[in-house]
Ligand binder design. Structure first.
Ligand code: NA7
Length: 550
């Protein structure tokens, strides 16, 4: 705790800090930097024994970001972005973690991070206008403002199969990978799950394992990453206009500049023209460019099917065994409605004689046995099981904390039917608690670091204004939240997104409310809304020094 116990900021009731931050991933770290520049006393609490969040935990082999490295990085410091060198088109987990650690050192952020500390509860006292955070070990800390930077994909989930604890082999989750790495040489390995983590790790695990069995519930749409070492000339050109590109990114749907938006509908093109278009995008690699083939791929089922079938044809051409190829062809959701996956040698891996695919839709897992996995029609002896089964996305990390207003609402109650937020920034009835890339913001549907910077900057400017005006309390109104939740739903319903059983819908977690959680109106639209809210004097928020009914 700092010596100076009386804070001049927002509260004069002896707070330990001005702002407490939950999480020291990319969001928490930038929040420390940004708020400290305002002279605020901040502290971030981090569960891990190191910083970096997603990039700290997901150390599985092949882990790589699916947004290009020159984009997926901080923009707040021109020298940093000019000096840092990304060796490849897409950053690997070790490279990204090295970058985050460099940022921490460069801006001396570590002194305001407390590692190995899980926040268990957060309670707001309306009279004192203070949040009290309680750690899992019972330490308590107070601040007038709390920022949740706990991550969207930070609560790993392993299926609740019977018998799991009795398995005598080794068991891993891709999102909790051991720091020292894993050697699968000579082992019989089972991988459960074929989302991004499964698809990225499977070729690497196959390269070591004696036998690899992949257990697939849903076949996914996967495009080639076409990763390569950076061309220095391309990097030079990019960096010559870095700041401009970063600014331009805010005017794009996904927060990434440089991809010309489409102008034509898919069915306005003839079959041959369409094929040539998809082929060009396929050769280019990457997901945004492919989705930008036509204007209506995410709105019109028939248009979408033309792109989906193109990808299925590619799978059939690559995978030699026709039965396996057919199993790998996605058939239960429109392309793009689950996050598109980028691969390197995923489909080729199934041509290896020691790799096989089990279709869990026709033969589900019945139980884990001491020796392996039993499905409804076979038993698989395994030395190791890798769960690439994803996360309780977007709400899991916040709901794992007992967030409540003293004698008032709890977040859990507020979110029983799914998350409800105003702009993904605040929750009505819960004052002075901000979220970075919360549900109903474009976060996960965008270049995440841009969305993080946008939110942290917005929060910082809001706090600056409160400080200037002597205001000590901010809360979203129930009405503004209701309108925003409705708007987010309406925008999603005008697309094909809700048709997929995706983690965007909470569909991967049994019992989780099925609500489409991200805002898919695009970064460009969202940024305008947030700017307008500010221009209109924080429309939809009540700012005051006093307790005001929200
Ligand atoms: P994802 O994308 O949620 O993928 C998880 C995978 O695990 C997916 O194939 C799931 O099938 C499968 N899964 C989940 N639960 C089960 C059970 N109970 N049985 C069998 N299979 C199951 O997580 P990732 O870690 O791959 O990627 C998360 C994000 O990180 C990704 O979108 C990128 O943004 C980066 P399902 O599709 O639910 O049928």
């Amino acid at each position: 705790m700092p010596d100076d116990a009386a804070s001049p900021f927002l509260s004069d009731r002896g707070a330990d800090f001005d702002v407490v931050i939950v999480g020291a991933g990319v969001a928490g770290l930038y929040a420390i930097h940004r708020l400290r520049k305002m002279g605020l006393r901040v502290r971030a609490y981090e569960t891990g024994d190191g910083v970096g969040g997603t990039w700290f935990w997901n150390r599985y082999p092949g882990c790589r970001c699916d947004v290009e490295s020159l984009e997926y990085s901080f923009s707040f410091d021109e020298d940093l972005q000019q000096e840092w060198e990304w060796p490849e088109r897409y950053g690997t987990q070790p490279e990204i973690l090295k970058y985050v650690e460099h940022v921490v050192e460069r801006f001396d952020l570590m002194r305001d991070v407390q590692l190995n500390t899980r926040i268990a509860a957060a309670e707001f006292d309306e009279d004192a206008l203070l949040w009290t955070l309680t750690t899992a070990s019972g330490e308590r800390v107070t601040a007038p403002v709390c920022i949740m930077a706990a991550g969207n994909l930070s609560t790993p989930r392993r299926p609740d199969y019977p018998g799991l604890d009795a398995f005598t082999g080794r068991c891993y989750h891709t999102g909790l990978w051991p720091k020292e790495g894993v050697d699968f040489t000579g082992l019989r390995v089972g991988v459960v799950g074929t989302g991004s983590s499964g698809v990225q790790s499977i070729p690497h695990i196959a390269a070591q394992a004696a036998e690899l069995t992949v257990f697939q519930r849903t076949a996914n749409f996967i495009l080639p990453a076409r990763n390569h070492l950076h061309d220095p000339e391309k990097v030079r050109r990019h960096k010559a206009v870095y700041a401009e590109r970063r600014r331009a990114a805010y005017d794009t749907p996904f927060g990434i500049a440089g991809y010309p938006p489409p102008t034509k509908k898919a069915l306005e093109a003839g079959a041959e023209e369409r094929h040539a278009q998809y082929e060009a995008k396929w050769q280019e690699g990457g997901s945004i460019s492919f989705l930008f083939s036509y204007t209506d791929l995410l709105q019109d089922s028939e248009a979408n099917e033309t792109a989906a079938e193109f990808v299925r044809e590619k799978i059939r051409q690559t995978v030699k065994d026709p039965v396996t190829a057919e199993r790998l062809c996605p058939d239960n959701h429109p392309i793009g409605t689950k996050r598109l996956i980028l691969d390197t040698n995923y489909f080729e891996t199934y041509n290896e004689p020691h790799v096989s695919l089990v279709d869990l839709r026709s033969t589900p897992i019945e139980t884990i046995t001491p020796r392996g996995i039993r499905t409804t029609d076979a038993e698989f002896d395994l030395d190791a099981i890798v769960f690439a089964t994803g996360f309780d996305a977007m709400t899991g990390a916040m709901l794992a904390i007992d967030i409540r207003v003293k004698d008032g609402v709890t977040l859990e109650e507020q979110w029983t039917g799914g998350p409800r937020t105003y702009l993904g920034l605040m929750v009505a009835g819960v004052p002075n608690l901000f979220m970075v890339t919360g549900p109903q913001s474009p976060g996960v549907k965008s270049q995440m670091i841009l969305s993080i910077e946008m939110h942290v900057d917005w929060i910082a400017e809001c706090l600056e204004r409160m400080r200037r005006n002597g205001q000590r309390r901010i809360v979203a109104t129930a009405k503004a939240q209701e309108n925003w939740v409705d708007h987010v739903r309406e925008v999603a319903e005008a697309t094909l997104y809700p048709q997929a059983n995706s983690w965007y819908m909470g569909a991967n977690i049994p019992g989780k409310p099925r609500v489409f959680m991200p805002y898919v109106g695009g970064v460009h639209t969202y940024k305008k809304v947030c700017d307008e809210v500010v221009a209109k004097g924080y429309e939809g928020f009540v700012l005051s020094g006093e307790k005001v009914g929200a």
